[in-house]
Design a protein around this ligand. Structure first.
Ligand code: IZC
Ligand code: ZN
Length: 431
């Protein structure tokens, strides 16, 4: 009899996401979902030992056995686009939004990103660490076990470095796997308002040091009206590639500028947002194998009634990933499950496509396809037990946290608290 540390048994539906191939799941293949009913998963030394039907794991004994109550079990979710580290908050801008002042106009007047830049410059390192940990813990409670974190609220050498050092420090405090992105080109700082080229040169000058100190794996830019043009972005990203980075683009988020085409031209690993992506841009993403990271929470929160054309992308053969875009301005939520609901309602993605988008494809979107997003023998045991009877249920029941327990590398990192007091009920969904 083989010996495991942990055995998850009585799993009603297990989404292994182990589709038998490498690479992101593209186009119509996103409709396929690797599911095992009545399953079990054995874990040893933090890694998955064996996965299968419960009877196939009858030969495994374990120190600890976890009854999954016939519920849904999935890999830890992967979150591929966040602005995790920032000072302050922007709740005072809600009223402007209600009055119909556009996001880019708030930015032009020195608010928006620039207001967060002022706050981030002023906030001491240790406070940024604490704040990042607060949001990151909440993400973990929503089932996320691997995530990306961008800089971009410094817009000067010291503060951009500070933000990336915060991410590096936080990696030692959490079991969350974090992938870092340098987004120095997130806005033009007030002090260089009239000289964006000089500002971009300053950011380019930082690249060798960022590389040497391993402070980021990706370089990203906000290619948008009033921020950086397609041509500025192209030149910047070419420099980033020369410095040895893979690149990402905030592309066609608000205005359709040709960001999708640019992402394809420069061989970006992802094009993010793509709300205004053209037909040609979508075709080019498919041709070049650029992963589309869609952020329907941002479209929801910007209240413009316009959504990324996920159906067109999937029909064209693009691999789609989903993300919260967690940030203090355009998408203030850590809840990737809510994003799954918005993807169903506003992007018309099917539940099967949505699950591929928040696991396998989001892992490939941050170069972690080999280690995250699947439950398979030899991989880290990043596992979520859901208070849900099946995978359809998560996008369907929106806005709440369905997580019962989260395991990171075989270690329990979150468990839903019980309601205390005489009104407590033990009834739960799926029983
Ligand atoms: O702070 O508003 N779009 N960057 C590009 C953002 C939104 C984050 C922010
Ligand atoms: Zn973003």
């Amino acid at each position: 009899m083989a010996q495991a540390d942990l055995l998850f048994y009585n799993i009603g539906q297990l989404l292994t996401m182990d589709n038998g191939s490498d690479g992101p799941v593209k186009g119509n293949d996103m409709q396929k979902l690797p599911v095992i009913e009545n399953a079990a998963v054995a874990v040893k030394d933090g890694k998955v030992l064996k996965v299968g039907k419960q009877e196939e794991l009858a030969d495994i004994d374990a120190d600890e056995k976890i009854d999954c109550g016939g519920k849904l079990v999935s890999p830890g979710l992967v979150e591929p686009h966040t602005h995790l580290v920032f000072g302050g908050s922007r709740e005072h801008e809600m009223a402007l939004k209600q009055q119909g002042v556009p996001y880019l106009e708030i930015l032009e007047k020195g608010g928006g990103i620039l207001s967060t830049v002022r706050a981030t410059r002023e906030t001491p390192f240790k406070d940024l660490v604490e704040k990042a940990m607060f949001h990151l813990d909440r993400m973990m409670s929503y089932g996320i076990t691997t995530m990306e974190a961008k800089s971009g609220y410094g817009l000067d050498y010291d503060t951009e470095m500070k933000q990336m050092q915060v991410v590096k420090h936080v990696k030692n405090l959490t079991s969350m796997d974090i992938v870092s992105t340098f987004l120095g080109a997130h806005a033009i700082p007030e002090e260089l308002k009239d000289n964006p080229e000089r500002f971009l040169d300053e950011m380019i000058d930082m690249l060798p040091e960022i590389k040497e100190k391993e402070l980021a794996e990706f370089v990203d830019i906000f290619c948008e009206t009033g921020v950086f043009s397609v041509e500025q972005s192209r030149a910047y990203l070419e420099k980033a590639k020369e410095a040895g980075f893979q690149v990402k683009i905030h592309a066609d988020e608000i205005d359709p500028l040709g960001g999708a085409e640019l992402a394809a031209d420069v061989g970006a690993i992802t094009g993010d947002h793509l709300v205004g992506a053209s037909d040609k841009g979508i075709r080019r993403l498919a041709e070049e194998g650029v992963i589309a990271v869609l952020l329907p929470g941002t479209s929801f929160y910007l209240c413009k009634g316009k959504h990324a054309r996920a159906r067109k992308m999937i029909e064209s053969g693009v691999a789609v990933a989903l993300s919260t875009d967690f940030n203090p301005g355009s998408s203030v939520t850590e809840n990737l499950q809510m994003i799954m609901s918005l993807a169903a309602l506003n992007l018309k993605m099917t539940p099967e496509e949505i699950w591929n988008a928040v696991t396998v494809n989001s892992a490939y979107a941050i170069n972690r396809g080999d280690s995250a997003g699947k439950i398979a023998a030899g991989r880290k045991a990043d596992i979520v037990i859901w208070d849900a009877p099946n995978y359809l249920y998560i996008p369907y029941h929106y806005g709440v946290n369905h997580v019962q327990k989260v395991f990171k590398a075989g270690e329990k990192v979150y468990e839903r608290a019980e309601i205390k007091g005489k009104h407590h009920t033990s009834i739960s969904i799926g029983e």
